[in-house]
Design a protein around this ligand. Structure first.
Ligand code: PMV
Length: 318
């Protein structure tokens, strides 16, 4: 049996984070410059059913039977095995690595699960479809997020820009003109579980006020879909800024996020906002291609810990 790889990109949410948990639409795109990789090969000197796990990035060197059942790696493996129900499981070694920043709102947890599920189902001769992979990864995501909307596992499993709304079929965006986004890590992070709970607390305390902001974000996302598909960068920039304003009102921003947003806009970004859970994590800045170098420089000077640009290319519409 040969070596099998499973690879999954990172992601950013362009519009609609948090509101998506409450049934509003959101837009997310894959980011292929960062990725999670799972590599599986036969462990020839071990007995049937043995599964070694190595993740050097997090100093993990163990076996499946030693990992707690609620560990996300264990869950991704166990859910895959439960679905396949193999009559015999060959001894195997799993190696996991990732260049996706942990806790930065770039989907690191979903990407790792997806890489594992993809590699393991292929290794066992029953490669799952993208939908099946996404569904299993969603089950694992519940450990990280509590009540995840499902946007992370969907955009990463399908590896294409999506318009996502809970309980509705996923829509794949048809981009007619490319756009450029600079992603900057604030170096601070708050678990998404916490920020989702903070919004829930605000909602429970004042459903009318909080609901108004969440609906506003939904409307911004609807408009953004058209601007994005038609390549209307100016309108898109305004919508990015409006979305950030609503996230501010929901108390999801931070001093560092605001500093990075201000720096990006001073250097020519058309719009900038936080992306993901907030209170840290990454900001994204929409920009014209010629401004990318100066925006990157300004963000680095402002203290971003990692900055890079990604391009949302035209879809190959057949
Ligand atoms: O994983 P993150 O930090 O990008 O956050 C996901 C987006 C949220 O809307 C905050 C949560 C969710 O489940 O959709």
């Amino acid at each position: 049996m040969a070596i099998v790889y499973g690879k999954a990109p990172g992601k950013i949410i362009l519009f609609g984070e948090h509101a998506v948990v409450y049934g509003q639409p959101a837009i997310a795109i894959p980011v292929t410059k960062v990725k999670a990789t799972a590599r599986i090969y036969p462990a020839i000197h071990k007995s049937q059913g043995w599964l070694g796990i190595e993740a050097k990035d997090i100093n993990l060197n163990t076996t499946l039977s030693e990992l707690p059942t609620e560990n996300p790696i264990n869950m991704a493996i166990s859910l895959t095995l439960q679905k396949i129900k193999p009559t015999h499981t060959p001894a195997m070694q799993l190696q996991i690595s990732s260049t996706i920043p942990i806790g930065g709102g770039m989907g690191s947890s979903a990407a790792i699960s997806i890489a594992i599920i993809h590699a393991l189902s292929s290794f066992l001769g029953q490669p799952f479809s993208k939908g099946e992979i996404s569904d299993l990864a969603y089950e694992v995501e519940k450990i990280h997020h509590g009540t995840p909307s499902g946007i992370d596992n969907s955009v990463i499993a399908y590896q294409t820009p999506i318009y996502f709304q809970r309980k509705r079929p996923i829509e794949f965006l048809k981009i007619s003109k490319q756009s450029h986004w600079v992603i900057a890590d604030s170096g601070e992070s708050t678990p998404t579980l916490e920020t989702v709970a903070a919004v829930r607390a605000q909602y429970n305390a004042n459903p009318e006020k909080t609901g108004k902001f969440l609906k506003k974000i939904g409307k911004i996302t609807e408009k953004a879909r058209f601007a994005l598909e038609n390549g209307d960068i100016k309108v898109l920039g305004e919508l990015v800024n409006e979305n950030q304003q609503a996230l501010r009102e929901l108390e999801l921003s931070s001093k560092k996020i605001e500093l990075l947003i201000k720096s990006a806009r001073r250097a020519g970004a058309v719009g900038a906002k936080l992306s993901g859970g907030g209170r840290g994590g990454n900001i994204i800045a929409l920009c014209y291609e010629e401004n990318i170098p100066s925006i990157i420089e300004m963000l680095e000077q402002a203290g971003a810990t990692r900055v890079f640009a990604t391009r949302l290319a035209e879809s190959e519409v057949s």
